[in-house]
Each structure stands twice: as structure tokens, then as C-alpha cells.
Ligand binder design. Structure first.
Ligand SMILES: [Ca+2]
Ligand SMILES: [Ca+2]
Length: 110
């Protein structure tokens, strides 16, 4: 009887660990959009925005998170993304600064 109890405990621990492992990626809830390889993401849980310039083409990359929420990848295509918290953001778009001024730039969803 004692032995069976120990086995049952092990099985329970095993499934708890499995649930934790599989739950983590889903909890992130990060939504990403792309313009070529450049991307902008918004975590719909934490509302942390992220913009990544992934093309060494000399064009800056910025994300638009609605309203006046523009976030640029501060170091361009050098490694790493730029992050900013936008507590009320609910949309995400990524644009590439190909033309002077923002309004003709190609963006995700165009
Ligand atoms: Ca680019
Ligand atoms: Ca960068």
C-alpha cells in the first residue's frame, strides 16, 4: 500500500510540472506583425511593446501602437530590440522608414 501511494504522488508531481511547462508560452500572449523581417510585437497581457529592426538595409523601423504611441528600434539593425510599456495600447503595426516623413512608409497590413 505504501508503495502505491508513493507512485501516485510521483505521477501527480509529474503532471503538475508538465502543466507549468506548457502553460508558460501561452501566458506570454505576444502578438507580432512583420514588414519583411522587421517586426513589432505587443504583449496583450503585460502591454509591453517591442520593435526589432532585423534588416541591415539602412532604413529605420518603428512600431505604431495606436494614437501617438510610436516606438523606434533605437539602435537600428544592431542587435537587440527596443521595449516600452504602453498600458492602454491594443493594436500593433510595424513600419519601415523608407521615405522622409512617416505617411508613405510601408507598414505591416498594407
Ligand atoms: Ca528594413
Ligand atoms: Ca536593434
Amino acid at each position: 500500500m505504501k508503495r502505491i501511494g508513493a507512485l501516485a504522488t510521483l505521477t501527480l508531481l509529474g503532471s503538475a510540472a508538465f502543466m507549468l511547462t506548457t502553460a508558460s508560452p501561452a501566458a506570454a500572449q505576444e502578438v507580432c506583425v512583420y514588414e519583411g523581417a522587421d517586426k513589432a510585437c505587443l504583449d496583450t497581457g503585460t502591454r509591453v511593446a517591442r520593435v526589432c529592426d532585423n534588416e541591415a538595409d539602412g532604413n529605420g523601423v518603428y512600431g505604431w501602437f495606436g494614437g501617438d504611441r510610436y516606438l523606434w528600434d533605437a539602435n537600428g539593425s544592431a542587435g537587440g530590440c527596443s521595449y516600452k510599456s504602453y498600458p492602454t495600447a491594443s493594436s500593433v503595426q510595424v513600419c519601415e522608414d523608407v521615405y522622409p516623413g512617416m505617411f508613405l512608409d510601408p507598414c505591416s497590413g498594407d
